[in-house]
Design a protein around this ligand. Structure first.
Ligand code: HEC
Ligand code: HEC
Length: 337
């Protein structure tokens, strides 16, 4: 039912307005559907793009071989568990965080990466292309190992991202409507106890009280919000503002914006106070890791801090979950000197 809602909200032919508020009828109808679900309307001058659906793919006038590759990319994105044990070591699919098959605004739609990369990324301090950006989510969010650059599966996954961006200019000058997980303003105080109470009332029914989610027949029904089967400490969603933004606009599933800003932040604070697999950038020493990656990343997470409830230092362990290694070789510096 919820999935159906997302599909209805996201289907339609593609069209996009380059000029602020003057949207064509298709774009306006798309925006109306999103706002009626509780999502914010575009701000003036934002780029609104309606990514094509799989039905549009079937109807498109492109080479059948290309269709096949894009279909494969879609299949990998929505059922990433097929790579379990080799490239993926937790219960996530890419679509566990990128809702609506990677098309949903405010749920980090994936197509902007295809039109803004190659670009500089602060997280690894060098210019990344689309493959390396995808590799990033494998490394941290999937607690895994990236597909080899140039491999068949990497080509398919990249093709799916690029095809979703059909019609958008490269390096658009306008900011993209609903890009990333826009965060509500951080309240003055965050409450662990209130976060726990709200999580148990609103989230545990699907994600379970211990954060382990639900799996049936080796397929993920509800992904794990923390613990060994969740993303590791290096994933973007462990930043409090990113988690709060995700929760505010996407959870509980099908009820965007039903929580207040304070509630979304308190739940993010509670979730981020639980353990998960080690950050692959771990040097073997949490203080040293924090010194290296605090300024660019962990200053936004609770990694390395004492948990409010019991003083446990978060992330102070060498547990990598189900993954039999710590560092995939994608974690290397790149220089052009
Ligand atoms: C645990 C949640 C999670 C999972 C699972 C996940 N991602 Fe992400 N992804 C994120 C976050 C967080 C961001 C950063 C959003 C932001 O900019 O704040 C992101 C960003 C991206 C972007 C960049 C979007 C942009 O606006 O430029 C791409 C592309 C992407 N992810 C692809 C993938 C792919 C492919 C997979 C599966 C292999 C995947 N993600 C799995 C959380 C996740
Ligand atoms: C009706 C069931 C349901 C409820 C209730 C629900 N979720 Fe989710 N949640 C999902 C599903 C399903 C996904 C993955 C999306 C997909 O696969 O389509 C998800 C994804 C997530 C993710 C990203 C992946 C991960 O596991 O880290 C987070 C974080 C999350 N939910 C947090 C919450 C929070 C916090 C609440 C309560 C405010 C909540 N959810 C309530 C079903 C639910």
């Amino acid at each position: 039912m919820i999935r159906k809602l997302l599909t209805i909200a996201l289907s339609g032919t593609f069209a996009f307005s380059a000029h602020g508020a003057d949207y064509d009828a298709t774009t306006q109808a798309y925006i109306d559907q999103l706002t009626s679900m509780g999502l914010p309307a575009p701000k003036e001058n934002q780029l609104v793009h309606i990514p094509p659906t799989m039905a549009d793919l079937e109807a498109a006038d492109i080479h059948p071989e290309l269709k096949k590759v894009i279909r494969k990319g879609y299949d990998l994105f929505t059922n990433t568990q097929q790579l379990r044990g080799e490239y993926v070591f937790n219960n996530m699919n890419c679509s566990s965080c990128h809702l609506g098959e990677g098309r949903m605004p405010f749920s980090a739609p994936i197509w902007p990466a295809a039109v803004t990369l190659p670009g500089y990324r602060g997280k690894n301090g060098h210019v990344n292309n689309l493959e390396e950006r995808i590799a990033g989510c494998f490394t941290y969010s999937m607690n895994g190992k990236p597909l080899e650059y140039g491999s068949d599966n990497m080509l398919a996954l990249s093709a799916y991202h690029q095809w979703l961006a059909t019609g958008v200019e490269m390096y658009p000058k306008q900011p993209v409507y609903g890009r990333g997980f826009p965060a509500p303003e951080r309240p003055a105080e965050l409450s662990y106890d209130n976060g726990q109470k709200l999580y148990e009332e609103n989230c545990a029914i699907c994600h379970s009280e211990d954060g382990s989610g639900l799996r049936v027949d080796n397929q993920t029904v509800f992904p794990a919000t923390w613990g060994d089967m969740s993303n590791n400490w290096g994933a973007g969603i462990v930043r409090l503002f990113t988690a709060a933004g995700f929760i505010k606009n996407n959870m509980p599933l099908g009820q965007p914006n039903s929580l207040t800003d304070q509630e979304a932040w308190d739940i993010a604070f509670y979730m981020d106070s639980q353990e998960r697999p080690q950050d692959p950038r771990y040097t073997g020493d949490i203080k040293e890791t924090l010194e290296k990656f605090g300024p660019t990343f962990h200053k936004h997470s609770l990694y390395g801090q004492a948990r409010e409830k019991d003083g446990e230092i978060l992330g102070d362990h060498d547990n990598t979950g189900e993954k039999p290694f710590l560092k995939p070789d994608s974690i290397r510096p790149r220089t052009f000197d």
